[in-house]
Design a protein around this ligand. Structure first.
Ligand code: U2F
Length: 443
């Protein structure tokens, strides 16, 4: 699709939920800085685009364009955070097809969230290359690419404690740690989406991912043998931090006044709020032990936390609706991250060198949790998988005041160093990113 003397134009398809569109836009921003003669159309829901494109500069030559979100008229968000995703998937890929048609543009390339397996066929119709971006880590990607193999070795709905000895680097991973939809709940729309994605990704022109090769060498090697054009280009937040990191709630100043490695930082990402029961248990544990805490809390604090909790803990705790997480985790006062193990959070914890207390909820979070605990050994899974007062206190003590905790900090420090080296001038992620730039330049 080469056109002489005309600017090239690339279509980008974002997935508008959780922390998918943010890293994709960061990648596109960085590409637009590196390949100056290319325009990008960023196809996404109006809601997601609105939050992404109001936050600052650096967006020249990136045009936000709307796709239908598939929601029925008058839809109101209820308790189930997955409901809008299900509606959206019903409207996909039709919504992207009509948005591309309506734009009236001719494109020279397609970059999409890796979830969009249908983009392969669209790229073929458009006669352009298809580059995908996988926003989580290498382990879930290997699971998705090898789903048929895993199913034939383990069967469907088998015992949860069987380990995956047959998959490179997976001997400590149990069936129950796999993303739902791999060997149970295999008929759900999202499971089908991931399964198809795994089958089609080997045929993409390139699979970029927000990770670095040294993070998990055996798994990355296995992936490379299945995905010929795998490009680990992360942690991308180090290359292109999102322009929304201001500290309006004064967290950094508050952290400045706490001792080194003493603070528990708590956040459950952009989708999940734990049940009232678990929130109560977590709050009680924080109140009962001596450690200071910083909590990024979505929702009404007064209603959702125990009565009087705010007042009683005001000396040692700070609860705010949003923190600049990357900077917070890099602050020397933070000693532990209580996390749901979303990939961005795990990565940012590694960059900060902060051990984790893991309470995974859905998707690939359990796999991340198990990897943190049993492969990398710089974190613990909360006892019984859910917050209880005692279990939480125990985990906080292990990490913040035991020799084991110190060792975990040393171990995560090693990976932090490797992450920094990967994005350095002669690092592996830089080389992979340059390869991608060259690929886009030649379109
Ligand atoms: C989904 O994950 P989430 O969006 O729930 O969580 P993360 O991947 O951990 O990303 C949360 C991001 O929000 C930022 C934080 C992360 O970059 O720095 N943030 C912040 O800046 N301030 C706050 O107060 C709170 C959060 C999904 F659930 C996961 O399973 C996937 O791994 C993930 C990526 O695909 O998407």
């Amino acid at each position: 699709a080469h056109r002489e003397n005309a600017q090239k134009h690339i279509a980008v398809f974002a997935f508008p939920f959780a922390t998918h569109a943010v890293p994709l836009l960061s990648l596109v921003r960085k590409l637009s800085e590196s390949v100056p003669d290319v325009n990008f159309s960023f196809f996404n829901t109006p809601q997601s685009n609105q939050s992404l494109f109001t936050k600052g500069n650096g967006f020249e030559r990136i045009e936000p364009r709307s796709v239908d979100n598939g929601l029925p008229e008058g839809f109101r968000i209820g308790r189930n955070p997955h409901e809008p995703v299900e509606y959206f998937l019903k409207a996909t890929p039709g919504n992207y097809k009509s948005a591309v048609e309506e734009s009236g543009l001719t494109f020279d390339g397609l970059i999409t969230d890796a979830l969009y397996w249908f983009a392969k066929e669209m790229a073929e119709e458009m006669r352009v290359p298809w580059v995908t971006y996988f926003t989580a880590g290498p382990r879930p990607l290997l699971v998705h690419v090898d789903t048929d193999n895993i199913r034939s070795c383990m069967g469907i709905n088998g015992p949860e404690d069987e380990t995956l000895e047959f998959l490179p680097g997976f001997s400590a991973i149990r069936s129950g740690d796999l993303p739902e939809g791999t060997v149970s709940g295999v008929d759900s729309p999202f499971a089908t989406l991931l399964h198809k994605m795994g089958q089609i990704l080997p045929h993409a022109s390139a699979v970029a991912m927000n990770s670095f090769e040294e993070i998990d060498p055996i798994v990355v090697q296995a992936l490379k043998s299945r995905l010929p054009n795998l490009l680990n280009i992360g942690p991308f937040i180090l290359k292109s931090p999102p322009p929304c990191g201001s500290d309006i709630h004064g967290c950094l100043e508050w952290l400045d006044q706490r001792p080194t490695s003493s603070v528990a930082y708590i956040s459950f990402g952009s989708v999940i709020t734990p049940s009232p029961h678990e929130l109560k248990a977590l709050a009680e544990a924080l109140e009962a032990c001596e450690f200071p805490f910083l909590w990024s809390f979505r929702g009404n604090v007064e209603e959702m936390l125990p009565e009087g909790f705010l007042e009683r803990t005001k000396e040692k705790g700070l609860i705010v609706p949003w923190v600049p997480q990357l900077t917070v985790l890099a602050h020397p006062s933070v000693g532990v991250f209580v996390t749901h193990c979303g990939w961005n959070s795990v990565t940012e914890s590694i960059i900060g060198g902060v051990p984790m207390i893991c309470r995974a909820f859905f998707g690939e979070q359990k796999l991340n949790q198990r990897t943190v605990e049993a492969v990398w050994e710089f974190g613990v899974t909360i006892e019984g998988g859910k917050f209880t007062k005692n279990g939480t206190m125990k985990a906080l003590k292990v990490i913040l005041s035991s020799e084991k905790g110190k060792l975990m900090r040393e171990k995560i420090g090693v990976l932090k160093q490797l992450a920094l080296e990967a994005v350095d001038t002669d690092g592996s992620s830089t080389a992979n990113f340059n390869f991608l730039v060259e690929f886009i330049t030649k379109l």
